[in-house]
Ligand binder design. Structure first.
Ligand code: FUL
Length: 583
C-alpha cells in the first residue's frame, strides 16, 4: 500500500482537471509541509508516495526551464520552490519510497499532439528520473487528448496514444534511468490499471494478461495462464475527487471504509495506491489524517501477531526434505511446502494451539515459482468434522481471507482444488482482526436538495427523462448525443448548483456526458445562459458530479444540454439530476 498525492493548480481552482490556461501565480500553498504529508502516509500504513509532478493542466511542480507553466512563476518561495524535491527529501527522511506521476496529456503545451511535444515529454521524464534520487514508480495516465489551452489555440486535439507516445521506448527510458522503478499503466508498462477508480480489484485478480492492449474485463480480473506478467494496481482516493475540494470535507472515507478497501484490493493480491489530497495550505486535512491513523492503527494491530505460530502442520504429501509442510509456518518467504510433480491437489492441515481464535487467513505462494494454484478451499474443524469456510481462485503473492466472524477451530485445512503444477506455498498465517476506532467525522448537512417530487420534465431529447428524479442511482436515462432536457422546478427557486449522477457500471455500453451547458428561464420561453463546463474525469471515475454555481440564480425553468459523450459509446446515460437550492 502506498499513497497517491494529487496536488497542483487544481487545488487552488477547485477543479479536477485544469484546462492549462491557469495563471501560475495561483499556486501558492500557505503552509506546505511535505513531512506532515509523509507522516499522514505512515499513519495510514502507506509505504510510499507517488506525486503528481505534472497533471493534465501541464503545470510543473518542479522549477523546470522547459516551460513557463511551472512553479518558477508562482509566488511559492518567490519562485524558488521545488515541490518535487521537498517530497523526495521528506520521503527519504521518513523512510518511505518516492515516485512520480507525469501526465502524458498536457493541456497547456502548444505542441501537444505534434512530434515536438514528445521531445518535451521525454525531456521532462529524463529530468524527473535523474534529479530526484531513486524512484519506485512512474505513473503515466491513460486519460489522453481532448480540448485544452495548447498555448492559446484553445482547441480539441486527438491523438492515437500508443503510436504517438511509443510507450515501449518511454518505458525503456525510465528503466534505463531508474532500474528499480515500475511504470504504470499503458500496454508495455510494468503495472496495469484495475479498471475502475473506486478501489475494487477483481476476485480473483490474476497478475497475468494476454499480450494485447488493455481491455475492461481482462484488466479487472486478469487472465489465468495468459502470457504477459502485468499485475494490477488498485487506485482510489480517500475523498470523492482526486484533488482537494472544501465541499468534500464531509465525504472522507472513514476507517471502516478504508478497511473494506483493503479487503477489496490488497487482500486480493494487488497493490493499493490510496490518494490523499493536500489542501490549499499544502497539508493533508486533519479529518483525513484522523481516518488514516485509525485505519493504520487497526491494521498494524490486526497483523501484529501470527496466531498460526506453534501449530503443527501435516500434509497429504510432500516433496521430501526441504519441502515439508512446516515450511508454511517458518516466517521465511523463501521456503515453501511442495508435493511431487504429479500431485496437483494435495491438502495441508494445521493442528492449532487450543483457543486459537482468528478471522483473517493469509496465504502466500512462492512467486518466483509462478502463480500455481488455480483454486483452493479452506476447511475448519470446529469439533464436528470439516466445514468449508472459503473457496476461491488465486493465491499468488498474497491472498487474505476475512471471515464474517472469528472462529476457534481445532484444525484448519488448506485444500488445493485445482492447479496446473504442484503447489509451492510459503505461508499460512492467522490473525485476529482489530476493528478501527470509530471516528466521528463531522458530516455537515450538505447542500439543500430541491424536493424531487416537484420536478417536472417539460421536454427532453429522449423519452423517459422523469427517471432522473426517481432517487435511484441504478436507473439511467438513455439518450443520443447531443442530448437536452428542460425542467420545471414547480415554482421560482433560488438555485445554486446541481448534482449529476452517472451510472456506476463502467462496463455498461452507454457513456456519461462529457460536458454540460446550463440555461435558465423564468417563463420557459426566454432563455439566459447560466454556466457551462466539463465533467472532468467522468469516464473513469463515476462519482456524482457536484456542480456549484458562482452565484445563486432565481429561476423556474432550467435547460440542460449535453453536447457529447465522455467515452466512445454511442448512447449517453446518467441516472439522477438533483437541483441544489441556496439556503
Ligand atoms: C485519471 C485522471 O484523469 C485523474 O485526474 C486522476 O489523475 C486519476 C488518477 O487518473 O485518469
Amino acid at each position: 500500500m502506498y499513497a497517491f498525492i494529487h496536488f497542483t493548480v487544481n487545488t487552488f481552482t477547485d477543479k479536477e482537471w485544469g484546462y492549462g490556461d491557469e495563471d501560475p501565480k495561483i499556486f501558492d500553498p500557505t503552509d506546505f509541509d511535505a513531512d506532515q504529508i509523509v507522516a499522514a502516509c505512515k499513519a495510514g500504513n502507506l509505504h510510499g508516495l507517488v506525486l503528481t509532478a505534472k497533471h493534465h493542466d501541464g503545470f510543473c511542480l518542479w522549477p523546470t526551464p522547459l516551460t513557463e507553466h511551472c512553479i518558477r512563476n508562482s509566488p511559492y518561495k518567490n519562485g524558488k520552490g521545488d515541490i518535487v524535491r521537498e517530497f523526495a527529501d521528506a520521503c527519504a527522511r521518513g523512510g518511505i519510497a518516492f515516485g512520480v506521476y507525469l501526465s502524458p496529456w498536457d493541456r497547456n503545451h502548444p505542441e501537444y499532439g505534434r512530434p515536438a511535444y514528445i521531445d518535451y515529454f521525454r525531456a521532462q521524464l529524463t529530468d524527473l528520473c535523474t534529479n530526484y534520487g531513486s524512484l519506485y514508480e512512474v505513473w503515466f495516465d491513460g486519460a489522453n487528448g481532448g480540448d485544452g489551452y495548447y498555448g492559446g489555440a484553445r482547441e480539441t486535439r486527438t491523438i492515437d496514444a500508443p503510436k504517438y507516445y511509443d510507450w515501449k521506448s518511454v518505458v525503456a527510458l525510465v528503466h534505463s534511468l531508474q532500474p528499480m522503478a515500475c511504470t504504470m499503466e499503458p500496454f508495455e508498462s510494468d503495472i496495469r490499471w484495475v479498471g475502475n477508480e473506486g478501489g475494487v480489484a477483481g476476485d480473483p485478480c490474476w497478475p497475468t494478461m494476454p499480450k494485447a492492449p488493455w481491455n475492461h474485463p481482462n484488466g479487472h480480473s486478469g487472465v489465468r495462464g495468459a502470457e504477459l506478467w502485468w499485475p494490477a494496481e488498485t487506485n482510489t482516493s480517500i475523498r470523492p475527487g482526486w484533488f482537494y475540494h472544501a465541499s468534500e470535507d464531509s465525504q472522507v472515507k472513514d476507517p471502516q471504509r478504508l478497511t473494506k478497501l483493503f479487503d477489496e484490493s490488497v487482500a486480493r493480491g494487488t497493490n493499493l495506491i490510496l490518494n490523499l489530497t493536500p489542501d490549499r495550505r499544502g497539508r493533508v486535512p486533519e479529518v483525513d489524517v484522523a481516518s488514516l491513523t485509525a485505519f493504520g492503527d487497526a491494521l498494524r494491530a490486526s497483523f501484529a501477531r501470527d496466531l498460526a505460530k506453534g501449530a503443527v502442520a501435516t500434509a497429504s504429501a510432500n516433496r521430501g526434505p526441504g519441502f515439508t509442510p512446516d515450511k508454511v509456518l517458518d516466517g521465511n518467504r523463501e521456503t515453501y511446502w511442495s508435493t511431487p510433480d504429479t500431485d496437483l491437489t494435495p491438502s495441508l492441515i494445521l493442528d492449532l494451539r487450543p483457543g486459537t481464535r482468528f478471522d483473517l487467513i493469509r496465504l502466500r505462494e512462492n512467486l518466483a515459482l509462478g502463480v500455481r494454484v488455480t483454486r483452493f478451499a479452506l476447511d475448519a474443524d470446529l469439533g464436528s468434522g470439516w466445514q468449508e469456510i472459503a473457496n476461491k481462485e488465486a493465491i499468488g503473492a498474497q491472498r487474505i481471507i476475512r471471515l464474517a466472524q472469528p472462529i476457534a477451530p481445532r484444525r484448519l485445512r488448506l485444500r488445493i482444488v485445482e492447479a496446473p503444477a504442484c503447489p509451492a506455498i510459503t505461508e499460512i498465517s492467522l490473525f485476529r482482526s482489530v476493528s478501527p476506532k470509530p471516528l466521528s467525522l463531522a458530516r455537515s448537512g450538505g447542500a439543500a436538495v430541491l424536493d424531487r417530487s416537484r420536478l417536472k420534465v417539460v421536454s427532453a431529447s429522449a423519452p423517459g427523462a422523469e427517471i432522473l428524479f426517481d432517487g435511484s442511482e441504478k436507473t439511467p436515462w438513455i439518450a443520443g448525443a447531443p442530448a437536452s432536457l428542460v425542467m420545471d422546478l414547480g415554482g421560482t427557486e433560488k438555485v445554486d448548483g446541481f448534482v449529476l449522477t452517472p451510472l456506476g457500471d463502467l462496463a455498461h455500453p452507454s457513456g456519461p456526458p462529457a460536458a454540460y451547458v446550463l440555461e435558465q428561464s423564468i417563463d420557459g420561453s426566454a432563455w439566459r445562459p447560466v454556466q457551462s463546463g466539463e465533467f472532468s474525469n467522468i469516464a473513469n471515475s463515476r462519482q456524482a458530479q457536484n456542480v456549484p454555481l458562482p452565484a445563486a440564480v432565481s429561476t423556474r425553468f432550467l435547460r440542460f444540454s449535453f453536447p457529447r459523450i465522455a467515452t466512445g459509446a454511442s448512447r449517453l446515460a446518467f441516472t439522477e439530476l438533483a437541483i441544489l437550492q441556496a439556503r
